[in-house]
Design a protein around this ligand. Sequence first.
Ligand code: FAD
Ligand code: NAI
Length: 506
Amino acid sequence: RVLKWTWRLTYLSVLGGLAYVGWAVYEDRHPEAQIEPDPTKKTLVILGTGWGSVSLLKKLDTENYNVIVISPRNYFLFTPLLPSCTTGLIEHRSIMEPIRSILRQKKAAVKFYEAECTSIDPERKVVKISDNSDIRADVLETEVPYDMLVVGVGAENSTFGIPGVKEHSCFLKEIGDAQNIRKRIMDCVETATFKDQTPDEIDRLLHMVVVGGGPTGVEFAGELQDFFEEDIKKLIPEISHRFKVTLIEALPNVLPSFSKHLIEYTESTFKEEKIDIKTKTMVKRVTDKTVEAEFTGPDGKKETVVLPYGLLVWATGNAVRGVVRDLMAKIPAQKDSRRGLAVNEYLVVQGTRDIWAVGDCAVAGYAPTAQVASQEGNFLARLFNNMAKTEQLEQHVRDLSASLNLHPGNSAEICRQIEESERQLRRIKDIKPFHYSHQGSLAYIGSEKAVADISWFNGNLASGGSLTFLFWRSAYLSMCFSTRNRLLVINDWLKSKLFGRDVSRE
Ligand code: FAD
Ligand code: NAI
């Protein structure tokens, strides 16, 4: 009897799941007709199509504003699965969502310009934008006026001005970076197996160096070692004893933002996976074939190490974008800010009235993560929806008050309506400041293991291993932008498990 009910429930859940997917696909393909943008309404310009801006767009009632989105990227990128794209475990298009599909789901139409904002003029309230498309030989430049501006342009890769980094390293921030790395890995492998290569050259080509032991560096190193163990080693056994991954970190340990127990777990897992971790080692110079670093020994003595490499991935965190630096220089209240636009508790850029900032380009006292950026975007959507509602209600109260003299016979009813509107106004005007709620940190560390620092009631739950890996996968799958993304990612995981990663070099 129990078995019979278990079967029935499983059958119903599968049916329910399929119905949900079907419904989501139908909704996506058959959006309602959109309301045309209303130029008489306030113009809200949103810069960027990353975590902060897209979370704002998702929840924003676009019929309240004349919304314009500007970004050099016409898609949203699900960065948590970007390290998996470097080895082909996940195909890059599976974690991209076209901004046009996102905007098509909105009630009122939103304008999108694929362009880069090159400067912001807070005095004249305009942003200068340029289109660097290859389709035209010249660069198109124009200005877009705004009433309200949201800056969500993220950050760029930090290099600390270390010589050679920009010229010789691969970064891991954008989809193009992941594609570059994927090509470069296979280029190194194929060149290493070329006829008559010297042993030193083979060792150099097959030495993959990752600089930066933050979550980006750790996740990439884990994915790379998996790629080697699960695919390259089987396809090209003759190089199996020479492929090597080294992770260099300036601090005494990797993953400094995770709890001590998880740091130790990660380091011991890397040891088992044969990933060489060099801590207390700071890279000082990079050439086309070597990395020069300074190692600080336990006695404080410094020693220079030179490591030949085939692939170098630079993952040392964020730096402020030029357009943001330029805006900061124009606002006196920003003169002490170094890491981005200082914002108040409503995410208003300090020293301005109508510019807000979200995500990695804003300094609100939180880590530069997708989690923070998306909560900030959601908060701004609520704030802007409330602001529009407030303005509508205030106008309604003004109209009702004016009609009191015109219709004295109806005064009791009009007064009741005024009271009701004022009650609503008080309720929605009471917007609490932004408060970040940390759900936890997750990172993949290779060999189908992950580490997780999860906020649990008022405490913290730290776990690492294979079960955490399953949790990591399901958490990120559920966070993927759309049903389409989810199906594509599941398909990629299954495909790689069954047939291995695709090692052809595009
Ligand atoms: P972004 O998402 O970087 O978006 C910036 C947007 O601005 C882009 O659309 C860009 O094209 C656009 N833009 C850039 N310049 C201009 C310009 N001049 N004008 C107009 N638009 C412009 N965080 C987590 O919480 N969990 C994770 O697992 C995680 N994994 C990560 C893995 C990797 C490999 C990386 C690199 C980061 C990861 N992060 C993770 C961090 C997270 O991706 C960032 O904190 C998040 O993307 C910040 O969101 P954002 O909106 O500020 O910027
Ligand atoms: P990071 O700033 O977290 O780490 C960079 C590391 O590079 C630091 O530990 C630093 O000590 C080291 N470093 C700097 N200069 C160096 C040098 N010259 N030589 C050697 N080491 C050097 O940067 P990361 O990993 O790119 O992360 C950026 C942000 O994105 C962080 O807030 C992070 O939490 C978030 N993120 C989160 C992920 C997750 O939750 N799974 C995954 C990836 C990023």
